[in-house]
Write a protein that binds this ligand. Structure first.
Ligand code: AMP
Ligand code: ZN
Length: 113
């Protein structure tokens, strides 16, 4: 077994995933424990432990936002959706590979838990 993180293992196809979008920079797949009717995780193909490890000026975050918009359109989330990035233990982060949650298909209450 490799000691890659869970999402790097998905990128290396060591763990299966239900892929909804892929290009040379990012991969998107459905969350194994969906918190909404649509729950997609969008990850960069480059490993960053969290959003706070992305260097200033790195275009990956704006590219991920662009891809999230495209995926939301493909999935028909015309009435809106929520993008979430959990950061660190108190932020609820459990997988330490930067990822954007794309949640939709129901009304998203505020504030989150
Ligand atoms: P976070 O808590 O923000 O770090 O989010 C990690 C997310 O990854 C959780 O919603 C998990 O359900 C999801 N997750 C963990 N392992 C897998 C996996 N093998 N395939 C798909 N989603 C996963
Ligand atoms: Zn990783």
């Amino acid at each position: 077994m490799s000691n890659l993180c869970t999402f790097c293992k998905i990128l290396q196809k060591e763990i299966p995933a239900n892929v909804v979008y892929e290009d040379d920079k990012v991969l998107a797949f459905t969350d194994i424990r969906p918190a909404a009717p649509t729950h997609v995780l969008l990850i960069p193909k480059t490993h960053y432990d969290s959003i706070s490890d992305v260097p200033a000026g790195d275009p990956i975050l704006s590219y991920m936002a662009h891809c999230a918009t495209k995926i939301a359109g493909q999935l028909g989330l015309r009435e809106g959706y929520r993008l979430v990035v959990n950061v660190g233990d108190n932020g609820g982060q459990t997988v330490y590979h930067l990822h954007l949650h794309l949640l939709g298909g129901r009304f998203m209450a505020w504030p989150p838990g």
